[in-house]
Design a protein around this ligand. Sequence first.
Ligand code: PEP
Length: 255
Amino acid sequence: MRKKIVAANWKMNLSLAEGKTLVEEIKAQLPALNENKLVVISSPFVHITQTAAQLNGVAHVYTGAQNCHQEASGAYTGEVSASMLNSAGVNYVILGHSERREYFGENSALLVKKMNQVMANGMKVIFCCGEPLEIRKAGTQNAYVQTQIEEALFGYTAEQMADITVAYEPIWAIGTGLTATSEEAQDMHAHIRSVLAGKFGAAVADNVSILYGGSCKPSNAAELFACKDVDGGLIGGAALKSTEFLGIIKAMSEA
Ligand code: PEP
């Protein structure tokens, strides 16, 4: 049975005190979770030891990070390695987010190196993919996302795919208030699963959780999460307010 996951991506937001309060508010009202219905909270690097300590002993809620460096260690001033994240209590690392691809020039070759580091250090990857608006307008989004998946994931083994969650995030929906319709999301998620099935086999593809990201909120989460191939969400803006994030977790826990 593949897992349903709601993952917060705080991006570059919140002071340490604000992050602490937010996690406490979430913990206080968590809906029922289990080993197949999980939450991940991906805070900025400086928050991680605090977030991990707050989540210590909280069942089925995991600590995430939003990036890591592609090398194991060394003279990379200002960077953070996968082994450091692991030592700080991180379980999941978001990689391939469109903001990292766009503002930091991250391409598939670099992402493969980063994913290798994350998995070599015993953590799981949340791999983001998704098309810009002009590609969606041209109707070539399936080929675009397929290329992202092929370039980044096809070098892995079927066993390694157990450590990779995919997040489909249409760039035109991230932080814009525009959301993919449930049909658009389902179509793309089914396409991603069929691409993975073509490479790794149906059984492996069936076990990969594919999250939707892009202006997901309590009002649209239930409809999105009801789609056959939508296994939860990667949440930006709505993860910064406990009531909104809890509403999305509730939608996932009831899906
Ligand atoms: C994201 O950046 O991963 C995201 C989904 O953002 P938002 O929910 O704000 O659109």
